[in-house]
Design a protein around this ligand. Structure first.
Ligand code: PNS
Length: 166
C-alpha cells in the first residue's frame, strides 16, 4: 500500500519554508502531492497557472512528488477522492496552531479517515510567510534567501509588471 500524503496551500508564492516542510514530508511518505488551492477567497499575486509553474519547477527534483490544483470545493473531499489519508501542514509558531487545529478538526469531521500531520520547518524559516515575501519583493527588497531562484525570477518579473504596487 502506498503511503500517500497531500500538502495543501495557497503557495503565493512557494517559499523555502514550504520546500523545507515538503522535504520533511518526502522523507516520511512514499508519495506527496502538493495541492495548490485556487482559493477564490484570497486575492493572490500569482495566477493559478503561475503558481503551478513555479511549484512544478521547484519540486521537479523529487521523483515522488506530484502537483495538482484544488479549483474549488473542500480539501476533505479532494483528499477522499485522491485516496489520501494524510494532510501535511507546516507550523512555524504557536500562533499558527489555533487556525491549523481548527482546520484539522474540521477536515476530520468532514472526512473521518483523514489525519493532519504538522511538521515544523527549520527555525530559520520561522518568520517566512508568503504574505511578507510578496510585500518585501514587490517593494524591491532582497528575498533571495527565502525563495528558490525560479520563484525569485517570477517575483522580479511581477514587480516590473506592477511597477512597485503590492
Ligand atoms: O496556505 P494557506 O492559505 O494557509 O492554505 C489554506 C488552505 C488552502 C489549506 C485552506 O484554505 C483550504 O483547505 N482550502 C480549501 C477549502 C476548504 O476545504 N476549506 C475548509 C478547511 S477546514
Amino acid at each position: 500500500m502506498i503511503n500517500k500524503a497531500i500538502y495543501p496551500g495557497t503557495f503565493d508564492p512557494f517559499t523555502n519554508g514550504h520546500l523545507d516542510v515538503l522535504e520533511r514530508a518526502v522523507n516520511i511518505f512514499d508519495r506527496v502531492d502538493v495541492v495548490m488551492a485556487e482559493n477564490s477567497q484570497k486575492h493572490t499575486l500569482f495566477s493559478v497557472e503561475e503558481r503551478m509553474t513555479m511549484i512544478r519547477e521547484v519540486v521537479s527534483v523529487f521523483p515522488n512528488v506530484g502537483v495538482d490544483v484544488l479549483h474549488d470545493g473542500l480539501l476533505a473531499d479532494y483528499a477522499r477522492s485522491a485516496g489520501a489519508k494524510v494532510i501535511v501542514r507546516g507550523v512555524r509558531q504557536v500562533k499558527d496552531f489555533e487556525y491549523e487545529l481548527q482546520m484539522s478538526l474540521l477536515n476530520r469531521h468532514l472526512y473521518p479517515e483523514v489525519t493532519t500531520v504538522f511538521l515544523m520547518p527549520n527555525v530559520k524559516y520561522t518568520y517566512v510567510a508568503s504574505s511578507i515575501i510578496r510585500e518585501v519583493a514587490m517593494l524591491g527588497g532582497d528575498v533571495s534567501k527565502f525563495v528558490h531562484p525560479y520563484v525569485l525570477e517570477m517575483l522580479s518579473k511581477k514587480r516590473e509588471g506592477r511597477k512597485g504596487r503590492i
